[in-house]
Design a binder for this molecule. Structure first.
Ligand SMILES: [Zn+2]
Length: 432
């Protein structure tokens, strides 16, 4: 099922023509209305008229999260506040938050885009959608909420936390679609199992996961435990929130909504644009946003782009599942370690949760890696011998699969990363 067949199935030339027109208009607007961009463009002696084709975008400067923080709170808005009808912010792990604004049109586009995400994940007006993202400044819940209402589904705005109540409502209200982070879906699955609730007695049919990367092994585990079909979707709080890209039923990458965003993949070190198919950092330019347009925003997420046609009929480029963040990759003795690899390993090990923290350090000139991993309640009270076996298994898998040796330290359940997604999974002490 396709929500917006006209715009999701445009011919490649039509997409590029539409992008070019919208890009010219966006660059003109930011040059006129956002002092930050005027200064940047003037310094590089580059103007909105440089754009003859979409590829010319590569000549323009990149925008970083730090730029947004320096313009806190409204410095990069392209319209006066009286035109803005909604304000969200992303807290981030460290430092000042970034603030995003939406006009009425921005909100309409946003609902349209999240309706595309939900429809691609199988949601129809017959679904009962339970949203377990936090309602508040964070973009996740409100973004998908309005898309689900636009489709005509019945929305349960549960917000985060209280797993007991989430499970109860899921049973009683006959929830068919779960909107959550993959980690929370797994937690729910484990809770349901622990309470002796038969997943077959639930009405749940699908899961729509976002907010953090969902490795294939994690998806499989959730699908098997909750007996659902799960799709991955992707968003960036500073760019809009959810509704940037989403998997279709073929699950071979996330269709990125190119009529609203131009994606580029850059080398995070040299900042050069990389050819399609190459892994690198995703950079996004917004094409329709009025209140808070962004030019070449560095998402820090590592992925690659595939322009080959998809069997679903959508012509939109597919981005690979996010492998991790460019600032989360740590290099230990020359080996790149992605958090997603560590998560995949932990999912294979009995007795531990996929909650962890990687700590890189340097001792006498040598890189060291410590991996703190939460064990589950059952194992935590077990004998030392069992805990030692678990540590040894994770250490062995790290060596064999990732190619690094690390020291594993098992910690108590719920002692790492309470609450929200995107807590610090990686600490690099060598940077100090
Ligand atoms: Zn597809």
């Amino acid at each position: 099922m396709i929500w917006d067949r006209r715009n999701e199935c445009l011919a490649r030339e039509e997409i590029e023509q539409l992008q070019l027109e919208r890009l010219q208009s966006t660059l003109n607007r930011v040059y006129r209305n956002v002092a930050f961009y005027k200064k940047r463009f003037d310094r590089l002696k580059i103007g909105p008229d440089e754009i003859q084709n979409v590829q010319n975008l590569a000549h323009f400067p990149l925008t970083m999260k730090e730029d947004l923080r320096e313009s806190y709170p409204y410095g990069m808005f392209a319209l006066p506040l009286r035109e803005v009808v909604r304000i969200h912010s992303s807290s981030g792990v460290t430092g000042k938050s970034t603030v995003t604004g939406y006009t009425k049109n921005d909100l309409q586009h946003w609902s349209q885009l999240t309706a595309r995400v939900l429809t691609a994940g199988g949601v129809t007006k017959d679904d009962v959608v339970q949203i377990t993202f936090k309602y508040g400044l964070f973009t996740g819940a409100f973004g998908l909420h309005y898309g689900a209402e636009l489709i005509g589904a019945s929305v349960i705005p549960m917000s985060t936390g209280n797993t007991r109540k989430q499970a109860l409502i899921m049973q009683d209200y006959k929830t068919t679609a779960l909107v959550s982070t993959p980690a929370y879906a797994l937690l729910l699955a484990r809770y349901i199992e622990k309470e002796g609730i038969n997943p077959q007695s639930l009405s749940l049919k699908r899961g729509l996961f976002g907010g953090e990367p969902c490795p294939e092994s994690m998806r499989k585990e959730i699908e098997e435990r909750l007996l659902i079909n799960a799709t991955d979707n992707y968003g960036v709080s500073e760019v809009m929130g959810p509704g940037v890209s989403a998997e279709c039923e073929h699950k071979n990458g996330l269709h990125l909504y190119e009529d609203h965003f131009i994606p580029e993949i850059i080398d995070p070190q040299t900042l050069r644009v990389l050819p399609p198919g190459t892994e690198g950092e995703l950079v996004l330019t917004t094409l329709t946003k009025e209140a808070f347009p962004l030019v070449r925003y560095r998402t820090r997420d590592i992925t690659s782009l595939d322009y080959a046609p998809c069997a679903c009929g959508r012509t939109l480029v597919r981005m690979k599942k996010v492998l991790g963040r460019s600032d989360d990759i740590i290099i230990i003795k020359g080996v790149k370690v992605f958090p997603s690899q560590v998560e995949a390993i932990l999912l294979e090990v009995e007795g531990v949760e996929p909650r962890y923290q990687m700590i890189a350090d340097r001792v006498e000139g040598m890189d060291t890696l410590e991996l703190k991993v939460e064990v589950n309640e059952k194992v935590f009270s077990d004998e030392i011998k069992i805990l030692q076996n678990i540590s040894a298994e994770i250490e062995r898998k790290l060596r064999e699969i990732v190619g690094v040796s690390g020291k594993v330290k098992l910690v108590a359940p719920e002692s790492l990363q309470p609450g929200e997604a995107k807590a610090a999974k990686v600490i690099d002490r060598r940077k100090k």
